[in-house]
Design a protein around this ligand. Structure first.
Ligand SMILES: Cc1ncc(C[n+]2csc(CCOP(=O)(O)OP(=O)(O)O)c2C)c(N)n1
Ligand SMILES: [Mg+2]
Length: 544
């Protein structure tokens, strides 16, 4: 077997079903030979996002892989890797590279140098005999510990060199369980807390700990808020849910965070970001993560608890069950009613927007109508950068695990299109929706054709306000003098021209019927695009 065939065989053993890719790379042919389907994108940034969506939507159960040419292909993939790195997504990147005797000659692009800041681990396969071992390390890094992109560069001669036999078993991941005495100490802090709040991240979903989180919250009646990447780690229709927060937020989150004494952060790196909620000063912070290096990175953690979220929660639950004999004190708290009152009050404030009849359309009306139209338990939703993210995040109610792909340590316009294609490939039975602004689709729209060609029946919602609305405050003079924030386009026609199905909606009474029609089109494997003509909207659900 040559290097390319070896790599394809290893991917097969690792249960990889799709190779997201862009030519030229020998790996495409070797994968096709053994029925790993190549998904050829229109540009590499989206190819990486497709791989990213496969990994994210399955909590890392399936690893997304992207292969590309060295030089231009590797250069053009960089934003994709930067995005995956920022949100700690386990994707495997396989660029080609210069031949070994020409490696590291400037100014040629050297992936192993240039990607070092946006990968968890990277290596060059400098000897065909080392290929299986290097891939073993790659998959171990992808599956164990805090996730992140891994890059393996294949110098040109390695593709054709031969190895007689492939010795490779799929990698088993390892989990870390915290020390019992540490768990005991922290359980005491939680038991004695007056107003604890759970602050959960995407680590819950990577460790499949959603059930344990539910049990834990119910046990002591603790309200739960999620980070943006952690959105859908806790059911948002549950009486203890505070929802999720990005730039915009529910009203419940600041209320309960402000009055909390103990914040129990689980499955999050606790990185401060404008797209997440800061923990206010003066709180006792318990920080549980599987990455020791994240403790005390951005916050002073009073207690660290290193481990896999599922095991951490199991241990905390059994510890608390052993220590607490009478739960009356916790059950008698009026937390659920308090949450309900604030939620009712908050949604009341937004009723007129969520049900607005105005034209151009109000984006909140679209979000609300969409939510009433889909089966939330069978939907995966993601936002894009710009106003759509801030309009959807607090109001979209996730009812089942891994039903939302939240992102925002970096916010590359257009990323939602690739990530939702990956989600649909990995979850063909689910309705997969991305909601994006007109600037966002402007960056990546040609990749709708990738969905058409590969029968990836996604639903793309475009909120077309003819402008980069969210940029209005950043350039008032340029806008007044030159209309610098405005842009034009008919995205229904773009979708149709690329072989997809499209519809343009400008009246409120047509929103739901258009959505229903689009959803039925996606069921036939064809991507559908619904373009809504909306007004610029500067009201965001912001509370302190
Ligand atoms: C690649 C990239 N460049 C720049 C930005 C900064 N940025 C964030 S939102 C935005 C404009 C978004 O406009 P649009 O998609 O039309 O959404 P709107 O705010 O109009 O609803 C820009 C320029 C970004 N997020 N990504
Ligand atoms: Mg816009």
């Amino acid at each position: 077997m040559n290097g390319s065939q070896l790599l394809a065989e290893i991917l097969k053993k690792e249960n990889i079903k799709f190779l997201s890719c862009f030519p030229s790379t020998d790996l495409i042919e070797s994968c096709a030979e053994i029925n790993i389907k190549p998904i050829i994108c229109r540009q590499e940034r989206i190819g990486v996002a497709i791989a990213d969506g496969i990994s994210r939507s399955t909590g890392g159960q399936q690893i997304g892989v992207f292969a590309m040419q060295g030089g231009p292909g590797a250069e053009n993939s960089f934003p994709g890797a930067a995005q995956s790195f920022a949100d700690n997504v386990p994707v495997l990147l396989i660029p080609g590279g210069e031949s070994l005797n020409r490696s590291f000659i400037s100014p040629n692009f050297v992936s192993t140098n240039n990607y070092s800041n946006v990968t968890k681990w990277l290596a060059q396969v400098n000897d065909i005999n080392r290929l299986p071992q290097i891939l073993k390390r790659a998959f171990y890094a992808l599956k164990t510990g805090k996730p992140g992109p891994v890059l393996i560069e294949i110098p040109s001669e390695i593709w054709d060199q031969n190895l007689n036999e492939l010795n490779y078993d799929p990698v088993k991941k390892n989990l870390v369980r915290p020390d019992q005495s540490e768990t005991e100490e922290i359980a005491d802090v939680i038991i004695n807390a007056k107003n604890p709040v759970l602050y959960t991240g995407q680590g819950i979903m990577y460790s499949d700990a959603e059930e344990e989180l539910l049990k834990f919250a119910d046990l002591l009646n603790i309200p739960v808020m999620t980070t943006l990447p952690g959105k859908s780690s806790f059911p948002e229709n549950h009486a203890l849910s505070l929802g999720s927060s990005a730039v915009s937020t529910t009203k419940m989150i600041p209320h309960f965070l402000n009055k909390s004494d103990v914040v129990i952060a689980i499955g999050t790196s606790l990185t401060r970001t404008p797209y997440g909620r800061d923990i206010p000063e003066g709180k006792i912070i318990i920080h549980s993560t599987n990455e020791p290096f994240d403790i005390n990175k951005d916050y002073n953690a009073h207690y660290g608890l290193i481990g896999d979220s599922k095991l951490v929660l199991q241990d905390l639950i059994s510890c608390i069950n052993n220590k607490v004999t009478n739960f009356d004190k916790y059950n008698s708290k009026n937390i659920r009613q308090e949450i309900k009152d604030i939620k009712d009050d908050w949604l009341g404030e937004w009723q007129s927007k969520l049900h607005s009849d105005e034209t151009p359309l109000n984006p909140y009306r679209i979000v609300n109508d969409l939510m009433q139209t889909v089966d939330l338990n069978n939907t995966i939703m993601t936002h894009d950068a710009g106003s759509p993210r801030d309009q959807i995040v607090p109001f979209w109610e996730c009812t089942s695990p891994k039903s939302y792909i939240g992102w925002g340590k970096t916010t590359q316009l257009g990323y939602s299109l690739g990530v939702i294609m990956g989600a649909k490939l990995a979850n063909p039975e689910k309705l997969c929706i991305n909601i994006m602004g007109d600037a966002a689709i402007g960056m990546v729209g040609m990749d709708i054709e990738t969905a058409v060609r590969n029968n990836i029946g996604i639903l793309t919602i475009v909120l077309n306000n003819g402008a980069m609305a969210i940029e209005r405050p950043s350039m008032p003079i340029s806008i007044e003098k030159y209309k610098a924030h405005s842009q034009g386009g008919n995205y229904k026609q773009v979708a149709e021209a690329l072989g997809g199905w499209g519809i343009r909606v400008s009246k409120p009474e047509n929103i739901i019927s258009a959505l229903k029609e689009a959803i039925s089109i996606t069921e036939s494997g064809k991507p559908a695009l619904v373009e809504f003509i909306t007004k610029e909207n500067f009201d965001f659900s912001k509370y302190e």
